[in-house]
Design a binder for this molecule. Sequence first.
Ligand code: NAD
Ligand code: ZN
Ligand code: ZN
Length: 390
Amino acid sequence: MFSRLAMVSMSSSTSGLVIPCKAAVSREAGKPLVIEQVEVAPPQAMEARIKIQYTSLCHTDLYFWEAKGQTPLFPRIFGHEASGIVESVGEGVTDLQVGDHVLPVFTGECGECRHCKSEESNMCDLLRINTDRGVMINDGKSRFSIKGTPINHFLGTSTFSEYTVVHSGCLAKINPLAPLDKVCILSCGISTGLGATLNVAKPKKGSSVAIFGLGAVGLAAAEGARISGASRIIGVDLNPKRFEEAKKFGVTEFVNPKEHDRPVQEVLMEMTNGGVDRSVECTGHIDAMISAFECVHDGWGVAVLVGVPNKDVVFKTKPINLLNERTLKGTFFGNYKPRTDIPSVVNMYMNKELELDKFITHRLPFSEINKAFEYMLKGEGLRCIINMED
Ligand code: NAD
Ligand code: ZN
Ligand code: ZN
């Protein structure tokens, strides 16, 4: 522990010192977050301390805040979609420096394990997502405390704090010219949907793509289809309100399964003369997953599952669907390796190949963070950007 005295005598830099700052602490499931003063310890080996500039809210925050069906871990600092600037680095960190612009990512890339060494995988053995861990892997302790009591981390990121400590393998160093109030949304949901299409479904120019679920992740998958030059992008959702917003994302046709008295895959097969070339499922619901697979064309169709299902559900389909040369795939974080690939996704935005502004529907100062939870609970808008300095 460093004393306040030390802080005064080294006022030119906060490096190596405990930083007192504001954080939105969640003390009880489903209850509003409380902005409190927390102490953020310096980063240890292979960690970096980040000054968060902007954060947004994603469904995973909401899900663990509601704590329905998972292990509740409170008090906790949520937040995992964000942008920030490196304030200091711990021992052994060689690829990050003070002042670097970074996106923290809920899953990491150690660079050493079999997954990191494989071109095909982003499922790092060391830093893969762990929703039940509330401490840093280096020493099993939290870097956050309030009057000596530790506060749990979330997904190794905890971005609802002015300062946070993150493993350096979970930080994508990005183009310093990129606007942090926009590219922060590439830290989770948008990259997930975009990568599902660009890296996994890989539609050819002129092809047809069905997107199941038109939330932020599904619309990011649609953005991937637009970038790929798909000629038909068919949006499937149970909520007709989603269709209006989806028009801005190049979705050309809409299907609401509730409006049909036969399985939606049959409707799609009829619309496309035998099936779509690609489908991307972004709902997390098993019926949509099965439909997404069964609506692809035989011979070449590829279906990609992105939504996170209830852990007990079972995927059932006739094996003949596979024998007829359809492919079923699933993906995690759009198959992107956080450190290797996310900087180039940021550059896609900088080069105007990728549109991000249309995902940002709300902005709030940090003091009003609870309103972002309300928007998400009501299903209002896509992404709400929270400015940490307001
Ligand atoms: P969202 O709730 O905003 O959107 C989901 C949409 O699906 C809603 O519009 C809903 O009306 C629609 N829907 C639900 N059931 C449907 C059905 N049977 N048929 C058609 N539409 C249906 O969610 P989101 O933030 O866009 O996230 C989508 C999914 O992606 C979630 O399951 C989330 O957990 C998952 N996700 C996965 C990863 C990953 O790495 N694989 C990462 C982030 C998010
Ligand atoms: Zn997320
Ligand atoms: Zn690894």
